[in-house]
Design a protein around this ligand. Sequence first.
Ligand code: GAP
Length: 508
Amino acid sequence: MANQEDLLKQIISHAKEYGFVFPSSEIYDGLSAVYDYGPLGAELKNHLKSYWWKSMVQMHENVVGLDTAIFMHPTTWKASGHTDAFNDPLIDNKDSKKRYRADVLIEEWVNKIQAKIDKEVAKAENRFGESFDKEQFLATNPRVLANKEKIDEAENRFKNAMDNEDLADVRQLIIDLDIADPVSGSKNWTDVRQFNLMFSTEIGATAEGATTVYLRPETAQGIFVNFLNVQKTTRMKIPFGIAQIGKAFRNEIIARQFIFRMREFEQMEMQFFVRPGEEMKWYEFWKTERLKWHERIGIAKENYRFHDHLKLAHYANAAADIEFNFPFGFKELEGIHSRTDFDLKQHEEHSGKKLQYFDPEINKNYVPFVVETSIGLDRLFLAVLSSSFKNEELEDGSSRVVLKLPAFLAPYKAAVLPLTKKDGLPEKARQIMTSLKAKFNIQYDEKDSIGKRYRRQDAIGTPFSITVDHDSLNDNTVTIRDRDSLEQTRVKIADLVTIIQEKTEAPL
Ligand code: GAP
């Protein structure tokens, strides 16, 4: 774990050094859990957005886009349940004065026990080799079974306590599980309290006439309240989806783990409206579809796994996370939720307006059911950044830090590098730059030795470096260096656009 912590620290400092992510308002010592994206970060983030938007909206004829306001009528949040139920159970340690989410403390305890099970399995796998039957081992090994039972008991007790709003029992569970403050080791805990995560502010000129409004904690509600506007204006037929990318805000209790848990973040959400009774079919469809989407990005498949929810949110009848193997372990990257007709019905009730669809195929009016896919853009950014970050030893004994970003996501698609600053090479390189820059984001660099320039491009993830040398002046060819294989290939300048295009196309 120490190594992994170290890795996260290296990634954070690399992200800052090369202009991917800066702490917000850093000159004032930053603002906790708020970050700014630098020039390269903004590029990477835009590529991720565009990849998601194209896959969702452009590639699905029955999904349309939307862009709604951050502020919404305050009744929206009463209807959605956020005013009353968007809470985290928090607990303080009396000695360290540190604040924790009670559910996270319990989840971390479960992860520790699960790690013991995984260790037993790995040991047995080693011992029995080829003949090892994992299923049977998990079902019969007494130590594994005892640990599984411990996990089930703790999770069930936590779920029941939360369902019954029995916060005293959540505290007792933390004590019974012998959970200590991860910082100080102290077990001196306060009571557990509920804490609403929405930020509020006021709209209106005078204090008397002001109305309390909230910064939206999810983008989904902007989609729900516009369901009929969109359906009528686009003449979409059920099943159809509405996709949106936008900022969301949550006053998170735990502000750790870089851009994993932020107070201001961006979501990419899609609400898919279906006939009642067909939601489970679509829930499975979108689970599969979303995992495939992640796998197409090009990050190794073993970094993803599903986690089915035990404790369902107030609006869901089924929910799963796609978890990613971040430097601090497997954690939620995306949620897929079967939200029933909860939201639309609630908005009907609170607004007094009908939010129904007339289905011509069955000649019936109904409130559609909804399957949602919801991914945090910043978490996706961290997943891509952390899995691309490599410290590599090279064959010649030197080492390099390289971001092996999937080429279609790289901030710069290529760098144009004249071998020297004289003999007309910069002019030739500038000509090449001009012929490429309308199509791709390209960097020009003539400072320092060619080796140093290659390292700089490696560090920011540029997949191709185009080197202009003396032969280029005579035969109109250049070398292309591949960031990952380090291979250099001689190609015609006239072919550059096609080559770069092919190698940096998004996998839609
Ligand atoms: N509309 C459903 C919804 O908001 P969620 O599971 O609370 O569901 C969806 O959030 C996704 O938003 C998460 O999977 C995560 O990627 C991202 N997310 C949630 N809270 C976040 C935070 N504080 N910082 C960064 N990303 C966050």
